[in-house]
Design a protein around this ligand. Structure first.
Ligand SMILES: *Cc1c(COP(=O)(O)O)cnc(C)c1O
Length: 336
């Protein structure tokens, strides 16, 4: 395994955790060699979409220890997503102890290269084999991991989308469930055909407000303040979003969690008060946006350098995760 030539999502570590739920109880979790799952074609998850996942990372610290970032916050979100999808919630001990045991087993897979990490994918699916529409009574909880590189994304072009929406008020947008992704692909493909990399999701046609950028939260720097839409049932509560809001404050910037209308963005471009726009998520930490397409106009952000808040925050986060800076907020979960 060459950790200098990593590709996101390509390599998978040697083991996985399996834990089944049946007869109203979680069974004993097991760590087994990574292998295919065997499923009946009538498995409920394949038909009615009861699937929920998480995405988190483990980092190699400067002293060689392994640090899993904000396990509690990921577990809490996993539980909220599962609750929304009427799925069984594994106890916190099974989640965290299982996770740490799995990482201990495959610790040779945690890269030492700066910025690289071990991506952790916990997920649960409705495993009962029955084809009538119903809430499943059986679930399978799986965790697997894989080494991923630091993603240095060059600035992307995004298209403000008002014809399609990712998530509706009252819907499942705050839950990390598979269906949210399935429904987002079509408008994203259309945007790609038009020459854009991603869509900037909004609340829809009437008085649109910004929601998220692709499958990441979105943040802007307007008038030197970090601005991001407030959490709601149509926005996913990103761990990166939350961490960056805290770090921006630590770095002396004001932050605003408030609705951002598309009209406000257009005005901010005309007034040149907007200086940064980026996606925020576990995979890349920050994904800079270079161009935003609004109502047939391509608006361009100024270029990005290490002076920009997004890069300062990414660097700060990396320093905390590797143990170079103090973990004053208690985000690191360190194992041997
Ligand atoms: C996972 C996800 C995010 C980012 O969450 P992080 O915890 O920061 O990785 C943002 N939006 C959507 C829709 C997501 O699924």
């Amino acid at each position: 395994m060459n950790f200098d030539k990593l590709e996101f999502g390509k390599y998978i570590a040697d083991h996985m955790l399996l834990c089944d739920y049946a007869n109203g109880e979680w069974q004993q979790p097991q760590i087994v060699p990574f292998a295919n799952l065997s499923l009946s074609p009538s498995t409920l998850a394949l038909h009615y979409g009861q699937t929920v996942f998480e995405g988190m990372k483990a980092f190699r610290m400067d002293d060689g220890c392994i640090n899993v970032f904000r396990v509690d916050k990921h577990y809490e979100r996993f539980a909220r997503s599962l609750d929304r999808m009427c799925m069984a919630i594994p106890p916190k001990e099974i989640f965290t102890e299982g996770l740490f045991k799995l990482i201990e087993t495959d610790k040779a897979w945690v890269p030492k290269q700066a910025g690289a990490s071990l991506y952790i994918r916990p997920f649960i699916y409705a495993s009962e084999a029955k084809f009538g529409v119903k809430v499943s009574e059986q679930y399978r909880f799986v965790i697997f991991t894989g080494p991923v590189p630091d993603l240095f994304a060059s600035p992307i072009k995004v298209k403000v989308e008002t014809d399609y929406i990712r998530a509706a008020k009252g819907g499942t947008g705050f839950a990390k469930c598979g269906g949210n992704y399935g429904g987002a692909f079509y408008p994203t493909q259309l945007a790609k055909q038009q020459g854009y990399d991603q869509v900037l999701w909004t609340t829809g046609q009437e008085n649109p407000h910004i929601e998220e950028s692709g499958m990441m939260n979105v943040m802007f720097v307007i008038n030197d303040r970090l601005v991001t839409p407030p959490l709601s049932d149509s926005i996913l509560d990103g761990v990166t979003r939350d961490s960056l809001l805290v770090l921006a404050n630590d770095l002396g910037y004001s932050t605003e969690e408030r609705p951002v209308s598309v009209a406000e963005l257009e005005k901010a471009f005309r007034d040149k008060t907007i200086t940064e726009a980026f996606g925020a998520g576990t995979a890349a930490v920050v994904a800079p946006i270079g161009t935003i397409h609004i109502n047939n106009i391509d608006y361009h952000l100024p270029g990005y350098s290490h002076e920009n808040l997004l890069n300062k925050m990414k660097l700060k986060l990396e320093r905390i995760r590797t143990g170079r800076d103090n973990d004053v907020h208690g985000w690191n979960c360190i194992t041997g």
